[in-house]
Design a protein around this ligand. Structure first.
Ligand SMILES: [Zn+2]
Length: 374
């Protein structure tokens, strides 16, 4: 249910619109928002073959402690979860027909000088769960990907009895931070049951390097982790259209494309939503913002279909490197076509570098039991 599957992470309000564009065999939805349980049940009743799970977002609201690594916001306030409480919440997700359960893990800040106690508390308590239908969510600061912390993170993920879904948190793109993209590759090579969660095109770099699967966010805020803000009331700013430009392997605001293509023919798209129309056509209307999202979902699955056709290992890495080489050429082409300087982004540059090897295993591990929905 996890292997090579690309999920789209989307707010409950948009789930029904996105649903027709989700391939049953290779795709699925991660629902966020207050109505996620209701929506999950509706979708699974109507399309039982579609993979649907939920992320209850505890990591956006509370910092984990060694005493309370799991918790949930309820109608009666915040609730810390002991093992019985955690089981109850996971059962609740399954009762609402989630394809598998996802732990409501609180946010795991950067370690304090080699102290991985909070991270260890998450894994320790999760390892007490006697169930084979659960993925353990690890919403971590990007700082865990630095060389000094990475061995601890890898060791904890490897010692988990369940598959692990990693969220990387940063202000902005976590992979623009020092050592982060290299660290994530090493982690994917070192941990065979790792899923990358709440991410962007890093999903493809991770899956090329051995991640089991990934969940890509439908909106910018769902494309990386955010630090907990207990009183966050929601932005209320007007949404603007953003599209994945597949040739560039990059999300761009449509306004940026309109600037680039002000005096030359704009690039078009052949996806099911665009049907040959220009990528510059989306306006700020709600309908166009949604259509831009649907275009992006189609392009993600088109890219994923190619990845899925490769063999894991060198074949898949070779395919991904070719995508990156093509993207660099398209950046050059765009610059010359539009007579503007379109720089090749830092993250794509980092992905073009050779990959680091897997981390060495520290000491002897207990034999893992391979329970869980892999
Ligand atoms: Zn399109």
């Amino acid at each position: 249910m996890l292997r090579d599957r690309l999920l789209i992470m989307v707010n409950d309000q948009l789930a029904i619109d996105v649903l027709p564009y989700i391939p049953v065999r290779t795709g699925g939805l991660v629902l966020t928002g207050a109505a996620a349980p209701v929506r999950c049940r509706e979708i699974r009743n109507a399309r039982p073959e579609t993979t649907v799970v939920m992320d209850q977002g505890s990591h956006t609201q509370q910092i984990a402690t060694t005493d309370a690594p799991f918790g949930l916001k309820t109608n009666y306030g915040w609730r810390d979860l002991d093992l019985a409480g955690l089981n109850e919440i996971l059962d609740g997700q399954r009762d609402n027909k989630a394809s598998y359960a996802v732990t409501p893990t609180c946010f795991i800040p950067a370690d304090q000088v080699g102290d991985a106690s909070v991270l260890k508390a998450v894994i320790r308590q999760a390892n007490h769960l006697r169930r084979g239908d659960t993925v353990v969510l690890l919403p971590c600061s990007w700082r865990w990907l630095r060389r000094s912390s990475l061995p601890d993170l890898a060791e904890q993920i490897r010692s988990c009895r369940h598959p692990v879904a990693l969220i990387m948190q940063a202000d902005g793109d976590p992979l623009e931070r020092d050592q982060a993209s290299e660290g994530l590759r090493q982690l994917c090579r070192s941990c065979p049951r790792l899923v990358l969660w709440r991410t962007d095109l890093a999903a493809f770099d991770a899956m090329a390097h051995g991640a089991l699967g990934a969940a890509v966010g439908a909106s910018a805020v769902l494309r990386h982790g955010v630090a907990p803000r207990p009183d966050s009331g929601g932005g209320g700013h007007k949404p603007f259209p953003v599209v994945l430009v597949r040739r560039l392997l990059r999300y761009h605001r449509v306004a940026t494309l309109q600037d680039w293509f002000a005096h030359v023919d704009p690039w078009t798209c052949d996806c099911a939503v665009c049907a040959g129309a220009a990528l510059t056509r989306f306006t700020d209307s709600d309908a166009d913002v949604l259509r831009a999202l649907l275009h992006t979902v189609c392009e993600l699955y088109s890219l994923h279909e190619e990845l899925d056709a490769t063999l894991p290992g060198d074949d898949r890495i070779g395919w991904w490197r070719q995508q990156l080489t093509d993207a660099r050429e398209y950046h050059r082409l765009l610059s010359s076509q539009t007579d503007t300087e379109v720089s090749f982004p830092k993250v794509l540059q980092a992905w073009r570098r050779w990959s680091p090897p897997a981390l060495p295993t520290r000491g002897k591990h207990r034999t893992q039991d391979h329970s869980g929905p892999s």
